[in-house]
Design a protein around this ligand. Structure first.
Ligand code: FE
Ligand code: CA
Length: 530
């Protein structure tokens, strides 16, 4: 398919105005007091980072954009606030506008806009657009969630993670944008913090290179988010449905844990300051509600969203409050990974999660989170079990006691149909979550789907050892490390189906998509079925 065919859906909605006599030159200086009162450079493209909606509720959603005429150089806006008008319509041609308002794009938040729209009808499709000065944004599609207690016949969504700009293109997003989805769930690694890197993937063409060194300052995190947001496939994916986002590690730094940076790789400086910069830039570029406005190095992002009585999503944060990886990170084994004090979520979030699961009346109860929940023994020696194993201690295998607590809760309190959705590992998996992985007769307490990356690398030499190790992991029903893509979920009251959608290559922006494998979970029966 050609570029224009793939993006026709969104391109036809674009209504950029050609502006005559825009006045100021581009990149009006942020630090120049004379220009602080200047008009924005209206002759430049204001909406070059696209638009987005997010966090659908029964009565509304968040609308997002950022005015950035010079996106890779700090944004290029004058140091003053600028009014941005938004409109929500029930039809794509905006004949019946049902809500409108004004938000101020402020320099403190990089001239981003987060409009929280309410007063809408539950369970329906809307269209939105922005206007700033003489410019109009592209048009986006958003949806409200069904009413609390409503029983929708079907939910269709996709979940994605890990979009390393430097490892390849994002044809997965071109195809995702063609799907008929109610929302998109992003499980983290929206950006990568690294500086320019030599390609490690054998045979890969020089694709795209980060524009500057490893990011640390607020401005460098902003520019990095802006770089990623210039991608047309990503913009198209944001425009077709609301997104529900959470972060993983690379939005700040690889494998950080709370305020502990990854050893030896952090640029010199205060990690709390780095995390403040990273969280702020993340908020500025995501369709998040005011409840997620960062305060210094802290940011409230774990939250709960529902799709009527069909599904409830517990969106988790397993980086900000976690205890340090045990055994020194990497593929390891040590007694420390069993320590009761090891926590992925912190105590408050764990209590919140379990209380929410306990009171949920939803048919499907989702844990939308970052790293693999089920045990994965990477020791390829056949027959090896127990302490001889090798575990990725950045995953829940480094936090065994908390996993056991949650699994015991699922086994005894029995919230309906727990489903764990996972990113981080750049490969596709379907797992049974067991109460006890050393006992083959132990009950399955949940089902886990791990989605592959949009573009981030799963090194080819790892594939054979992981496949060999699966002999010792009978609860793992599927693994693929070869393909990038996204996971598409179709949820009805009777069945959960996950289709692992794969793209043929990420060496070009366009590539064919196909369904690699599909797995389902039957209502009332924990565990994945081929
Ligand atoms: Fe990643
Ligand atoms: Ca990660």
């Amino acid at each position: 398919m050609t570029d224009s065919t793939l993006l026709e859906h969104s391109v036809t909605r674009r209504r950029f105005l050609v502006v005559a006599g825009g006045g100021l030159v581009a990149g009006a200086g942020l630090l120049n007091p004379v220009l602080a009162k200047a008009a924005p450079p209206w002759s430049q493209q204001m909406f070059g980072l696209g638009i987005a909606s997010g966090d659908p509720l029964p009565n509304g959603f968040v609308l997002w954009t950022r005015l950035a005429p010079a996106p890779l150089e700090g944004g290029g806006m004058p140091n003053r606030q600028v009014p941005v008008h938004w409109e929500v319509s029930v039809d794509e041609s905006f004949r019946r506008i049902v809500r409108r308002g004004v938000e101020h794009a402020r320099p403190e938040l990089a001239h981003s806009v987060h409009a929280e729209v309410d007063g809408l009808e539950p369970g329906r499709e809307y269209w939105y657009r922005f206007r700033a000065g003489p410019q109009e944004s592209p048009v986006g599609r958003a949806l409200t969630a069904p009413a609390r207690g409503a029983s929708p016949a079907e939910l269709r969504f996709a979940f994605v993670s890990c979009q390393d700009w430097q490892n390849g293109y994002w044809p997965a997003y071109r195809h995702l944008a063609e799907e008929n989805l109610d929302f998109v769930l992003h499980l983290g690694d929206y950006i990568y913090e690294y500086g320019p890197e030599a390609k490690t993937r054998p045979g890969s063409p020089p694709a795209r290179v980060h524009e500057g060194p490893e990011v640390f300052s607020l401005e460098s995190y902003r520019n990095r988010h802006a770089l990623y947001r210039t991608d047309p496939a990503l913009q198209a994916a944001h425009a077709i449905a609301p997104w529900i986002v959470t972060f993983d590690d690379h939005e700040v730094e690889n494998n950080y844990a709370s305020l502990i940076p990854e050893e030896g790789t952090s640029p010199p400086g205060d990690f709390a300051l780095r995390r403040s910069n990273a969280y702020r830039a993340y908020y500025e570029h995501m369709p998040l509600r005011r409840s997620s406005v960062p305060a210094g190095p802290g940011m409230q992002i774990y939250r709960r969203l529902a799709w009527g009585a069909l599904a409830e999503l517990n969106v988790l944060d397993t980086r900000q409050y976690r205890s340090d990886q045990p055994c020194g990170d990497g593929l390891k084994n040590c007694a420390e990974r069993l320590a009761p004090s090891q926590t992925m979520t912190g105590d408050a979030q764990e209590r919140w999660l379990l209380a929410g699961l306990d009171s949920s009346r939803a048919r499907w109860n989702v844990l939308a989170q970052q790293t693999i929940f089920a045990e994965v023994d990477f020791n390829p020696a056949p027959g090896s079990v127990g302490p001889a194993g090798l575990f990725n201690v950045d995953q829940w295998d480094g936090y065994v006691a908390q996993r056991r607590r949650i699994s015991e809760f699922l086994a005894t309190r029995r919230p309906a149909n727990p489903i764990v959705l996972t990113g981080d590992i750049h490969s596709s998996w379907a797992n049974d979550v067991k109460l006890d992985y050393d006992d083959p007769a132990s009950p399955t307490v949940a089902s886990e789907f791990v989605g592959t990356s949009i573009s981030s690398d799963f090194p080819a030499p790892f594939i054979a050892p992981v496949n060999a190790a699966l002999v010792d992991n009978p609860h793992i029903k599927f693994f693929d490390g070869l393909f990038r893509g996204y996971a598409r979920c179709t949820v009805t009251p009777q069945e959960w189906r996950t289709d692992f959608r794969a793209v043929a290559t990420i060496d070009t922006p366009e590539a064919a998509v196909f369904t690699l494998r599909s797995f389902s979970v039957e209502n009332g029966v924990a565990g994945v079925q081929a």
